[in-house]
Structures are given as structure tokens and as C-alpha cells.
Design a protein around this ligand. Structure first.
Ligand SMILES: [Zn+2]
Length: 199
């Protein structure tokens, strides 16, 4: 998994800063302007309580919470944090919604490949699914999704290693849903682990 170090920089960035391929809307901070060295914004205790109160599904079908590995703080090159967890799975494995929400954006970028941004209920958080092989046919922006609904399939699109398909899953607090690429990252690992032993 180390070998992908550096390969996922843009995937993580596309959530935090929108630096991946496409043209972020005007007003986008320059790469490095947010989240670079130094103080990083944090989510409030109230936000964390809300997140912990949700029921979470592991966003890859057939993967138990116990099988997850916390790769949130691993570096992805140039000292940049991963700010996401990777869930390895065979190509074509269903990617499912980790929680309810609404499809905010379907976005293809050089780093993240085929990605889905889902706005959580209440509009405060976004769930980011990257490196998909394919979208579920019919998936469209604005659609409501329920926890467990299929969004697509696991792949290695973007800068994922072709021989190591996985889902790159990230969670961020959004301060403005119109700025879907720009959020404060939160480690989803403890949340996805909440279901461990419960099934
Ligand atoms: Zn990743």
C-alpha cells in the first residue's frame, strides 16, 4: 500500500481544496492556501456528537467494520496527509452509501478518478467516494440516497495503482455546500468502526 504514496495526493486534495483536474469555480483558494502546514481547522464537539449519532455502513459491500484499517494519517507524499481511509476490494465490488444523503456532485478528476460527493442530512457534512470503476447506472446529482444504496463499483480510476483497486473514502464538514470540494476533514475510521460487533 506504501507504493501508492504520492499517488493519492490529488484524490485527497480534490476534497479539501479542489485542486484536481477540473476547473474549480472562481474564488477557489490556491493550492496550499488551506490545510498546508500549520494549524488546521477542526470540527466542533457538537459536530462529532452528531456524527457519532449516525448509523454508518462500511461503504464497500462485504467488508466488515473489523476489517477496516485506519490509513487516515498516512502521508501521501510531500508531507501531505491522506485525510481519508482506503478500503481495498476486488474490482467491481459494489460501493455503497455509508449514510443517507443526497448526491451533491459527480466529478471526474485526474487524482480521484470517478468520484461521488454525497451531502449528509442537514447539509453540514459531505461523504466523498473516489477511484470508482463505474457509477451505478442512473446515478445523478440531486438524487437522495439511503445508507447501503449502491453508488457504483470499486475501481482504480484516477491515480490509484491499477493493481490495487480500492475505495478512497473521506468525510468533511462543509461550511458552504456550494463549495463542495472544500471542507474540513474528519477521520471516518472510528465512525465506520462503530458497527463492529453489532451484526
Ligand atoms: Zn486514499
Amino acid at each position: 500500500v506504501r507504493a501508492e504514496a504520492g499517488g493519492e495526493v490529488a484524490a485527497a486534495d480534490s476534497l479539501r481544496r479542489g485542486t484536481a483536474a477540473a476547473t474549480p469555480p472562481a474564488g477557489t483558494p490556491a493550492p496550499g492556501a488551506v490545510g498546508a502546514a500549520g494549524a488546521r481547522p477542526e470540527v466542533s464537539a457538537a459536530d462529532l456528537t452528531w456524527l457519532r449519532g449516525r448509523r454508518w455502513a462500511v461503504p464497500v459491500a462485504g467488508v466488515a467494520p473489523e476489517a477496516l484499517r485506519d490509513s487516515y494519517t498516512e502521508s501521501r507524499g510531500a508531507g501531505r496527509p491522506h485525510d481519508a481511509i482506503d478500503i481495498p476490494a476486488p474490482l467491481g465490488t459494489p460501493v455503497v452509501a455509508a449514510d443517507d444523503g443526497q448526491v451533491l456532485k459527480l466529478f471526474e478528476s485526474r487524482g480521484g478518478g470517478r468520484t461521488v460527493y454525497v451531502l449528509a442530512p442537514g447539509g453540514r457534512f459531505v461523504h466523498y467516494y473516489a477511484h470508482l470503476d463505474a457509477y451505478r447506472p442512473g446515478l445523478a446529482e440531486g438524487q437522495p440516497v439511503r445508507r447501503g444504496d449502491q453508488l457504483g463499483t470499486v475501481g482504480a480510476s484516477g491515480n490509484a495503482r491499477p493493481d490495487a483497486p480500492h475505495l478512497h473514502f473521506a468525510l468533511a464538514r462543509l461550511d458552504d455546500p456550494k463549495r463542495w470540494w472544500d471542507g474540513t476533514p474528519v477521520n471516518p475510521f472510528p465512525l465506520l468502526r462503530q458497527g463492529a460487533g453489532a451484526r
